[in-house]
Design a protein. Structure first.
Lengths: 321, 321
């Protein structure tokens, strides 16, 4: 068995990464979106990295996967008492990562080093890698102008109509040495795009300068898992954004966003009748259960994705012969 | 009744300030030591200011006055899990003030404005004023070299022998306009030095450039309350420091530290036999109960200090006639 690289963001991405970690342990590297990172009260918050760390270490809340299990809000209550901002909500435990991250960055450490350190402390076996060490911010272009994703989500409640996206800083960012090594591994057998918002979770990773070329050069198949089931995003705003962008909120619509980047696409069994329309885009298609309610679901989807990639690899090998 | 200014630091200082606040409400201004302030994980901690705010707003822990009642340590536990420092301990609630203070300072606000804002939010009627807006750090000179008070206290457990003190930054600091107004008030009737370590709680306030002159110019008597009872500091290290500095750990020793700055000195009833030796230094002396176990004790000592100052004022007026 070789190594696996996952591209991920959000709760859905973390869940599938956990399934992959159960199967592959230290042979998994997860490249995590940092386009949604933000500063609050001078602290450096990396929501997708922290969701990943908490999920892979078994510390994520069962009911709200972006949060720590047993999180409390005593700090936030006192911030409010002292006249500080009401939102975004600070968790007592989750503030620790932001505090140490800010401190490390000020001391000149790379985000990747800081994240790998956290992962080691949390006894996570997979490698958790920020998409880059530079600051990249996903801006949402709306009728009222450009806002950061953080503002769109936190201050505007995802209300404004979305016209497009900008990935500020991406052109000046580079994949880290750690990402380079993971994608160049001789035994790399699959790259998995986890189910997450294509625009502000997966796409920012591709926008890091040189990332697409790195992914194209590798020999292993790239397979994506849909975040849209039955025309709806399981969580989050992928469906809303797709409609506002004039895209079809469907598996085909998602696959269309990844065109020329993926070899295979996994849609939900519920959407099995869409398989042909996705296949017509020139990608291989698998129908699987993509909704992950239990740990078994996460592992089963991870296995389906790896088996799918293996099948694509084998077919290619036959074609070459 | 006129206005009152208290100079304070530490838990003892906050307790007497609370007694004075009960008697004088908004006619009290408290000038608080900031020489013990420190940075931890990029946050600006002001222990004496926060102790004062929590005490004056009735939020201080009954058993550990520097802490908030009901404080929890979920943030600290997670900092430790992630490999961060074990000390100084972060409290979930108390971190809020440090976080908002750092954020305000970075935004260019003065420490005085930030502190007055906190006090307003906490519904404190007295004015709580940092001794200055500039950064002043009390350094402890030890056999092993100079360390900040924070290092001496937190990292070295107050172990090294003390040879002296340095107040770094004090020469470049100035009393704020708010302090100037409080000490220049036409109806100022007393200045009270609260019971606290003379070297790192009260003295730093005097060291702020221009502060001594401001205090000398005012017409109201200055009375000090001893932090040493029966040869021992009630809390903290005043006794140890006095011995190491070759001073007598006694009310007389403390009064000696305030010579030419005070008109009256309040020692504990337990030390009433020291009254003559203190009087021989040229200051008036009152014996009172200085140990404050209950709220009544705080109010009684506050009343004793104000009555003592009034008596000194009256005697002076008679002498002038």
């Amino acid at each position: 068995m070789g190594t696996v690289v996952a591209l991920a963001g959000q709760v859905g991405g973390a869940k599938l990464a956990e399934g992959l970690q159960r199967l592959r342990g230290r042979d998994l590297a997860v490249i995590v979106n940092t386009g949604d990172d933000y500063e609050h009260l001078g602290l450096a918050f990396s929501p997708d990295i922290d969701t990943m760390l908490y999920t892979l270490s078994g510390r994520a809340s069962a009911s709200a996967g972006w949060d720590l299990e047993g999180e409390s809000r005593a700090l936030q209550a006192m911030v409010r008492t002292l006249g500080g901002p009401d939102r975004p909500l600070l968790g007592d435990r989750s503030t620790a990562a932001a505090l140490l991250r800010s401190d490390g960055l000020r001391a000149g450490r790379r985000l990747t080093e800081i994240t790998l350190d956290f992962a080691r402390r949390l006894e996570i076996v997979a490698r958790v890698l920020p998409m880059c060490d530079e600051s990249v911010r996903t801006n949402v272009l709306t009728a009222e102008g450009a806002v950061t994703f953080h503002e769109y989500f936190n201050d505007l409640g995802c209300q404004p109509e979305v016209h497009g996206f900008q990935y500020a800083g991406a052109a000046d960012a580079r994949p880290s040495d750690e990402i380079f090594d993971a994608l160049h591994a001789a035994d790399l057998e699959a790259v998995v795009l986890c189910p997450a918002n294509p625009y502000h979770a997966i796409r920012p990773i591709f926008e890091v300068s040189g990332m697409k070329e790195l992914l194209r050069k590798r020999g292993a198949p790239v397979v994506a898992v849909t975040p849209i089931v039955g025309g709806k995003a399981l969580r989050g705003t992928a469906g809303k954004m797709m409609r506002e962008l004039g895209r079809e909120p469907s598996p085909r619509g998602v696959a269309g966003e990844y065109l020329r980047l993926i070899d295979g696409f996994i849609l939900d069994r519920e959407d099995a009748d869409c398989a042909e329309s996705v296949r017509s885009l020139g990608v291989e298609v698998l129908a699987a259960q993509t909704v992950m309610r239990t740990m078994e679901d996460r592992v089963a989807l991870a296995r389906a994705a790896l088996d799918f990639a293996a099948a694509i690899r084998e077919r290619r090998a036959l074609e070459v012969e």
